[in-house]
Ligand binder design. Structure first.
Ligand code: AMP
Ligand code: MG
Length: 433
């Protein structure tokens, strides 16, 4: 048996439990908590990334008035059947309309977006018009369609219709729409308060001197960045030593002010006791061995009630930096969105063609770091970034997606289809450039 064939999956978990499949783990995590009910009104300028806590309806027709879709001349459409010349009687500009009604022989000069004069239903575009003093002549009048170049009131959105759903994360487009409807503020869920610790006697804060057996703290910063990418209100609570009392004290304190507390490290076989014993005094915690790679082990539970009377949830993430990122993206991110009240998120995955062989094992879901691209035939192709060790961050940096090999396959051949998790969808805070 070579090294590849023996892994920690061959051994029983600390609790003697079997490994949970990805779907089972994902379902259990999502059952841990539902969305917060804490809401507040927030002004338009600071809504980016917030989750709507109310349905938003159109308070009026959009556009409000019948208006011109082109620069030109507004006329009565039926006059096109009998004439090719009109008297120019005035102007209608955006913000300054022509207030009288027009008859068959009259035309009003009009700019794009300006309200149509009473009686007019057609705009002849500027390019077709010849002017002679106060006369408008149109050579090909019969080619102008009656009713053309006019936007009807309510054409985009009818008054009273549902425009944005409760549970939607607001981006630039939605904020622009709210502005266009005249909303100066809307009701959103309050930011989710989360705390992040790292654990481990070997873990040093960047900026400090690295001791001989030390390792710089990666996880706190990647976790905080992803949580901020989801617009959480993040508390940086530093590094905890591998010491039960310190961990217990710190978690108890953090539980008061937060909806969720994250730690990384200290939950693997042999070390599990520190965090486990610290937690048993505070609430309920389950130590799970998930049949995913990278990723296991993970601890989930609660730390009792916080100061707002909500249960403070706990996630003890693995120690390896890549395992932290992958488990956060795939398993924790959907929970965070749910806790934030976001119901409109779709964890979209793609189907791509593998360009190389990829190894896994039956019964385990593997996430390889991958690079997707579109080939000359317009197909989505995907390859790995090379060595896939759980601690190799460069392979994550080079990647633009995760490739999932599900538990029913021990190998993917070149040409097989695989599930692709694009970072643009799955890695919060991933720069979209
Ligand atoms: P543990 O689960 O605590 O045994 O950690 C597993 C591996 O991840 C060990 O090699 C740790 O040194 C490493 N590790 C744990 N925490 C961190 C961290 N915050 N930053 C970088 N590496 C870490
Ligand atoms: Mg450790």
């Amino acid at each position: 048996m070579n090294r590849e064939e023996v892994s920690c999956f061959d051994f029983v978990t600390p609790g003697g439990n079997r490994h949970l499949k990805l779907e089972e783990g994902a379902r259990l995590i999502m059952s841990m908590g539902i969305g917060s009910q804490l809401t507040h009104y927030q002004p338009l300028a600071s809504l980016m990334g917030c989750i709507l806590a109310e349905d938003v309806f159109a308070p009026f027709d959009v556009p409000l008035n019948r208006n011109a879709a082109m620069d030109g001349f507004a006329i009565k459409g039926e006059s096109l059947l009998s004439q090719s010349s009109w008297n120019i009687v005035g102007q209608s500009f955006a913000g300054k309309r022509y207030t009288q009604s027009i008859d068959m022989h009259e035309a009003v000069q009009i700019t794009t977006g300006a309200p149509m004069p009473e009686g007019a239903d057609t705009v002849i575009m500027k390019e077709m018009c010849q002017l002679e003093g106060d006369r408008l002549n149109v050579e090909h009048a019969l080619s102008v369609r009656i009713g053309s170049n006019v936007r009807q009131a309510g054409e985009d959105i009818a008054e009273g219709s549902l425009v944005l759903n409760c549970g939607l994360r607001l981006g630039p487009v939605e904020i622009g729409m709210l502005a266009s409807l005249g909303y100066a503020e809307v009701c959103v869920y309050q930011p989710l308060k989360v705390a992040v610790f790292s654990t481990g006697d070997e873990v040093c804060a960047p900026g400090e001197t690295l001791h001989a057996d030390g390792i710089f703290d990666t996880n706190r910063f990647s976790l905080m960045s992803m949580l901020k990418g989801l617009e959480c209100d993040v508390s940086d609570l530093g590094i905890l030593p591998d010491d039960q009392q310190s961990i217990e004290k710190a978690l108890k304190q953090a539980a008061k002010e937060h909806r969720m507390v994250f730690t990384s490290g200290g939950v693997s076989v042999g070390e599990a006791d520190y965090v486990k014993q610290a937690l048993s005094a505070l609430g309920t915690t389950n130590f799970w061995q998930l049949a995913i790679r990278p990723g296991r082990p993970i601890a989930f539970g609660d730390l009792g009630l916080n100061a707002s009377g909500e249960t403070c949830l706990f996630a003890g993430m693995p120690g390896n930096p890549v395992a932290v990122m992958v488990t956060f993206c795939v398993l924790l991110q959907p929970l965070i969105r749910q806790l934030q009240g976001e119901t409109e998120w779709v964890g979209l995955t793609w189907s791509g063609k593998a360009t190389e062989e990829m190894k896994s094992r039956i019964g385990r879901s593997d996430f390889h770091r991958g690079i997707y691209s579109i080939n000359d035939n317009g197909e989505l192709e995907v390859r790995t970034t090379g060595p896939q060790g759980s601690g190799i961050l460069t392979s994550m940096h080079e990647a633009n997606c995760l490739i999932q090999i599900d538990e029913n396959h021990d190998k993917i051949h070149a040409g097989d289809r695989v599930k692709v998790y694009p970072f643009s969808r799955w890695l919060p805070g991933y720069p979209l450039v």
